[in-house]
Design a protein around this ligand. Structure first.
Ligand code: PAF
Length: 285
């Protein structure tokens, strides 16, 4: 596996592969790889001739007071893990090369990026879209794989790709979970042992909502399901709900009743410091 750090070198390599008729898959990441990232990389390996994994802790998607400075990072370990699943290139550019002095362009997906995480993290999805667009330009992928755990991010990037006619297929990978049900996330490394137990309130909420839907013979009122979930989560010591909503999986607009395209989507803070997100479909297809 090759480590590439300079954008021009990445573009040169991608151009060469394209000239040879080879297909390229990109897995954009911020590093600190766990089994969820590795699953995305394995899927990329199956779907394309060349696999590029980008590793870039993107400063412009972090707001003031967020965890940019403490975001976990271990390049040697990540290189080893990426190589173990057959990645061809780990692309780890420097912030100074991604955003040189004078940089001033932003990509904004106006509506989809506004609510949910966008409401508490203003500008977050602008930062995500801008960096993903740059990575697409540099690595020239035919397809790019994103985890469903960041469901709003996935919807926003799909919209950007459609709106800007990007010749990149956006592929979703289902959320990878610990045996306990906790969605894998680099931020789980911030959790102490007892906080992991508290963080399970998210997965319990998903199971609870699915059970409710299964047991009901009529379409459930989404607001009622959400208020029960909020009550359950708030009763878990140390857990504060940022939002719990049931939305349409495509528009991300609130659903009146739970249907096949509904998605339960949540953000919770554990002990005020660790912000976790999770989501799931509620109706068995
Ligand atoms: O999901 C992430 O890790 C990041 O938001 C992404 C897509 C790599 C952009 O920085």
């Amino acid at each position: 596996m090759k480590l590439v750090q300079h954008p021009a070198e990445m573009t040169e390599l991608a151009t060469l592969w394209r000239d040879e008729g080879r297909t390229i898959a990109l897995v954009p990441t911020m590093g600190s790889f766990h089994a969820g990232h590795l699953a995305l990389m394995r899927q990329a390996r199956q779907l394309s001739d060349q696999v590029v994994v980008s590793l870039f802790v993107n400063p412009i998607q972090f707001g003031p007071g967020e965890d940019l400075a403490t975001y976990p990072c271990d390049l040697q370990k990540d290189m080893h893990l990426a190589a173990s699943v057959g990645v061809d290139v780990l692309y780890a550019p420097l912030a100074a090369d991604m955003y040189p002095p004078g940089f001033q362009t932003t990509i904004r997906v106006a509506e989809l990026g506004k609510g949910l995480c966008g409401a508490s993290r203003p500008g977050h999805f602008d930062g995500v879209c801008t960096v993903v667009m740059k990575l697409f330009q540099q690595a020239s992928p035919h397809l790019a794989i994103f985890g469903e755990k960041d469901f709003q991010q996935l919807a926003v990037i799909r919209r950007m790709a459609r709106d800007l006619d990007l010749p990149v297929a956006i592929i979703a990978h289902p959320t990878v979970r610990e045996k306990s049900g906790l969605a894998m996330s680099s931020r789980n490394s911030y959790l102490q042992e007892e906080e992991i137990e508290q963080a399970l309130c998210l997965y319990r909420a998903i199971c609870f909502a699915r059970e409710m839907v299964k047991a009901s013979t009529v379409p459930l009122v989404a607001a009622e399901v959400c208020s029960k979930i909020i009550k359950n989560i708030q009763s878990t010591p140390g857990c504060d709900v940022e939002y719990v909503e049931i939305v349409d999986a495509d528009s991300l607009k609130s659903c009146e009743t739970v249907n096949k395209n509904s998605r339960l989507i949540m953000a919770v803070r554990v002990n005020r410091k660790v912000r976790l997100i999770d989501n799931a479909g509620l109706v068995e297809l």
